[in-house]
Design a protein around this ligand. Sequence first.
Ligand code: H2B
Length: 97
Amino acid sequence: MPRPPRLSPDELAAALHGLPLWAGNGDGIRRTVELPTFRDAVAAIVAIADVAEEMDHHPDVDLRYRKLHLTLVSHSAGGVSELDLELARRIDALLPG
Ligand SMILES: C[C@H](O)[C@H](O)[C@H]1CNC2=NC(N)=NC(=O)C2=N1
């Protein structure tokens, strides 16, 4: 299946209104979340991995103790695409608000 193209700056700004926990620009969209324990944070990464594998679209993940930093970018599109927005929505459904 063809992968969607990168969003224009205006499209991205509009989309971020619907994703208030995410911020970003053409380089990627980012969310940080703090989990109760280190193990909870690792479990969150595993749950995100299941979604990423199902979508064949993978986040950049940086875990610092209980703080999980996620960056979504479509490497093949050279920017943020509809796939990143979909992955962000699915990650939000998994994580505490
Ligand atoms: C072959 C495979 O579909 C590609 O390598 C996929 C895998 N996951 C990916 N994830 C992300 N975030 N960007 C990509 O360009 C990408 N490419």
